[in-house]
Ligand binder design. Structure first.
Ligand SMILES: [Zn+2]
Length: 108
């Protein structure tokens, strides 16, 4: 089955919304697609990487702020390499920006 979102020109915007945890029904209405399509795309095409990052964060138990920041940096690193591999330039750039912000937090 063809994914109606993968074939969109603005797929990266959709990916970014998914990665930012925007509610799927909001993404669906913003991009004029069905929620089922968003859900399917998120599950099959965006998420293998993201899901493993989320699981990892839960496993780490990330209690202190420092742990949380470090876990987030790890996530953005994984996200960045996943985005690079899939050619999602916008997503990769936003991961870089997020990582820079997080590193700045650690500097304080
Ligand atoms: Zn897709």
């Amino acid at each position: 089955m063809t994914c109606s979102i993968c074939s969109r020109e603005d797929r990266e915007q959709v990916d970014l919304a998914i990665v930012s945890r925007e509610p799927q029904r909001a993404i669906a209405s913003r991009f004029g697609v069905s929620r089922a399509a968003v859900q399917r795309h998120a599950l099959r095409h965006v998420s293998p990487a993201i899901a493993s990052l989320q699981a990892e964060r839960v496993e780490q138990g990330a209690t202190s702020l420092l742990n949380r920041v470090e876990a987030l940096i790890l996530r953005t690193e994984r996200l960045l390499s996943a985005a690079e591999q899939s050619g999602a330039v916008t997503t990769a750039l936003s991961a870089v920006r997020e990582q820079r912000e997080l590193l700045r937090l650690l500097d304080d």
